[in-house]
Design a protein around this ligand. Structure first.
Ligand code: GLN
Length: 304
């Protein structure tokens, strides 16, 4: 496959699409990001990489971090994790409160806010230094020691995150939060504030395209079955109530975040990331979804 040529063609094609959508404003610090930014990066398992636009610029990965924390929690807690969070698509907004009441405080999946907050609670119970441990893990799988939290973004979300406060106290009242809510949210806001480029993201996700092995050292970080399960949850739940749309049009497992980033992967081939801060009403980056739709059409490859 001539990925170099395909990525060049993709860049030309994407310049012809109009750029619509709004920067997320409910986290004040995210509102400051320049809406014209746009980056694309493809990291192949054979070590070749291709990118264009602002693909080396850092942005707030937000909910994409939910994949890292799920992978860590699953590794440590195994099947017990599924007593506290389900694996069904929510068909609802990522910060919805209504479903929780009907389902006794057990979130639908680990990629909506409530689910990821439960995962954060689980990690807080088992990790000695949760924030340091998560950062070490992300740096290790990205082979990049420069990755860090953006503390301004974490503080900004803490000051404005009433919806997450409501979610966590509701789950606590039903016994599904074990630690102090403030401590759990502090960890959750830090994970969401991870600041990475499309290039770093794509490189860190090669692991999920490579059956849990680091491509550089062949070291097994996760077992093959765990990776299969995490990729399945990305496919069915990675884009909230647009998961069906993404799967239908792109045909890859992936995950979005309100910073405007998207990560997706094709097992045994590559991980790919696209970013622009402009979001649609469902909190996803429409042009990014379109970019990946065009990309998988040009390659003629998807998981199906
Ligand atoms: N979809 C997202 O990226 C949401 C993450 C954001 N930190 C929140 O909790 O609302």
């Amino acid at each position: 496959m001539d990925y170099k040529k395909i990525v060049q063609e993709l860049e030309l094609k994407m310049n012809t699409f109009s750029k619509t959508g709004d920067v997320a404003s409910y986290i004040p610090e995210l509102k400051k990001v320049d809406p014209t930014k746009f980056g694309f990066h493809l990291a192949c398992l054979d070590g070749k990489e291709y990118g264009f636009g602002n693909h080396k610029e850092l942005f707030s990965i937000q909910s994409i971090s939910k994949v890292y924390t799920l992978a860590l929690a699953k590794e440590i807690l195994g099947k017990d994790l599924w007593k506290r969070v389900q694996v069904e698509p929510s068909g609802n907004a990522y910060n919805s409160l209504t479903q929780l009441e009907n389902e006794n405080g057990i979130p639908r999946n680990p990629f909506i806010n409530a689910g990821s907050i439960v995962i954060a609670d689980c990690l807080l119970s088992v990790l000695e230094n949760p924030k340091d441990d998560l950062l070490k893990f992300v740096r290790r799988i990205s082979h990049d020691e420069s990755i860090n939290y953006n503390l301004k973004v974490a503080e900004s979300e803490k000051a404005s995150g009433s919806r997450n406060v409501a979610l966590i106290y509701y789950m606590k009242s039903l016994g599904n939060i074990k630690n102090k809510p403030e401590d759990v949210l502090d960890f959750y806001y830090h994970q969401c504030s991870l600041s990475m480029s499309c290039q770093q993201l794509a490189n860190s996700f090669k692991l999920f395209a490579n059956h849990g092995k680091l491509t550089e050292t062949s070291e097994h970080v996760f077992n093959q079955q765990s990776v299969k399960r995490i990729n399945s949850i990305m496919l069915t739940c990675g884009f909230y109530d647009e998961a069906g749309e993404f799967s239908y049009k792109v045909g890859l497992p992936g995950k979005s975040g309100v910073g405007g980033g998207i990560i997706a992967l094709l097992p045994e081939h590559y991980a790919v990331s696209v970013w622009s801060p402009r979001l649609n009403k469902k909190g996803n980056f429409s042009l990014g979804m379109k970019t990946l739709e065009v990309f998988t059409s040009l390659t003629g490859l998807s998981i199906f």
